[in-house]
Design a protein around this ligand. Structure first.
Ligand code: T4K
Length: 412
């Protein structure tokens, strides 16, 4: 069987045209990876036996050491999730004023800043990488700028070098939202091209859907000793000792179960990354040649964790719209997602800003209108990927019937 051939050779009747769905169970973007259960159970038993469940316990410390080593930084400060980690970081840096960031990101990037009283300034992205455009970031700098946030989207590093220059010229800190980029380009710690490098701090996520999960969780990576100490105190109510509180803090601690889960996941990182790569390469091969549909390939395959498989549907060239394709796939139990449609600037509270504060982001609009994240992760087999690609090919071939069926359902 050729790679881009379907496993069953007959042309299927699509579920949207009345057949049964391809999959009885949904295939998601980011079904969580469950580490080997015997190892997980052993860790959980150890935690239960020790009765040390939270508050900077041994598993959190081990996780921090592993994350720091993996990313080649002095400190990894574990936090209950990446959103709160960003909030703590913004506060620890005493940011105040305007914060420049892409609109094409998960809403958490913007909300974390807004929650801390910062004014988000959304700038456009690069069409090829989907990451913040350094020229747009430079143009947005003014006297009120307090920081610049780059987002390592799809597990690919954004333009660290050029953003560093922009931030240096502006005299403001550069921060990376690296929620999706755990483990990216850590093969050579001497280079600045690593998730943990090139910025005052980077924030990774250990959410259930991420390549390595702590159920929920996150961490700030930094080489700044003072900043790390501050964050450690801030996540624990501002304590600087058993009964000494030295600053305003909150409860943003990671618990021991989450840390143990993440440690067991980290132990599998190499095989997870390899597996993600196989999934990405299979998608890439099997989707080749479908009109108007382009697989978003990383610029440097070495630096990615491949946790997302992204396609762009070109409205002018594809006979189906992105949303028609999405609907067709959902009928098959293929739960593709429109990450990150329609862009933060079109979501509340940002969408309701006065007209003179609404940004002009043509590339963001274009990419957000065409993007589709396909099912990935350890629960999706390579055969699943081939079948998914075949359904996409058939849907595009049968676009007239698909559209008719969608229109009929909408009119019914
Ligand atoms: N910055 C960026 C760039 C991010 O991408 C994110 C998070 C953050 C910041 C914030 O990080 P955290 O504060 O979360 O640590 C998901 C995740 O909730 C979110 O963490 C992630 N980015 C974002 C890209 O995706 P949803 O609402 O789209 O995911 P959800 O809940 O629909 O899950 C996706 C699919 O995975 C589901 O359809 C079902 C499956 N699933 C999910 C969960 C949680 C499972 O099978 N089991 C599960 O336990 O946001």
């Amino acid at each position: 069987m050729r790679e881009n051939e379907p496993t069953p050779v007959q042309t299927p009747i699509l579920a949207i045209l009345g057949d049964k769905p391809l999959f009885a169970e949904p295939r998601h973007v980011g079904t969580p990876f469950i580490p080997p259960r015997d190892l997980l159970h052993a860790s959980l038993d150890e935690i239960l036996d020790s009765r040390r469940l939270s508050n900077d316990g041994p598993y959190v410390r081990r996780l921090e050491a592993m994350l720091a080593e993996l990313h080649g930084v002095a400190h990894a400060v574990a936090i209950c999730n990446a959103t709160i980690a960003m909030q703590l970081l913004f506060r620890a840096l005493r940011l105040c004023g305007e914060i420049i960031m892409p609109s094409f990101t998960f809403i958490a990037t913007a909300h974390a800043a807004t929650w801390e009283g910062l004014e988000t300034v959304f700038v456009d992205i690069d069409r090829e990488t989907h990451s913040i455009d350094p020229i747009a970031a430079a143009k947005a700098v003014n006297a009120d700028t307090t920081a610049i946030v780059g987002v390592h989207l799809w597990g690919e590093l954004c333009d660290i070098e050029r953003l560093t220059l922009v931030a240096q010229n502006a005299g403001v800190p550069l921060i990376f939202d690296a929620a999706q980029a755990l483990g990216c380009d850590c093969s050579n710690h001497s280079t600045s091209h690593s998730v943990g490098r090139g910025a005052i701090a980077s924030v990774i996520s250990l959410h259930a859907t991420k390549i390595v999960s702590g159920l929920e969780g996150g961490a700030v990576l930094t080489n700044d000793d003072v900043l790390a100490d501050k964050l450690r105190s801030m996540r624990n109510f501002g304590f600087a000792g058993y009964d000494r509180v030295t600053s305003l803090g909150t409860n943003a601690k990671l618990n021991e179960f989450s840390a143990a889960f993440a440690i067991r996941g980290l132990e599998c990182l190499e095989s997870l990354t390899l597996r993600n790569r196989q999934v990405r390469e299979t998608y890439q091969r099997c989707l080749a040649g479908i009109p108007g549909l382009a697989f978003h390939a990383p610029a440097t395959a070495k630096s990615v964790n491949d946790q997302y498989a992204i396609v762009i549907i070109d409205a002018a060239a594809c006979p189906l719209t992105r949303d028609e394709l999405l609907q067709t796939l959902w009928a098959e139990n293929i739960l593709a997602r429109r990450y990150f449609f329609p862009g933060c600037h079109r979501m509340e509270p940002y969408a309701s800003r006065p007209i003179d504060r609404k940004p002009w982001l043509p590339t963001t609009e274009e990419v957000a209108a065409g993007v589709l994240a396909l099912p990935t992760g350890s629960a999706v087999s390579l055969d699943d990927v081939r079948l998914i690609c075949h359904r996409i090919r058939v849907a595009v071939e049968q676009h007239n019937r698909v559209r008719e069926s969608i229109n009929q359902a909408a009119g019914a």
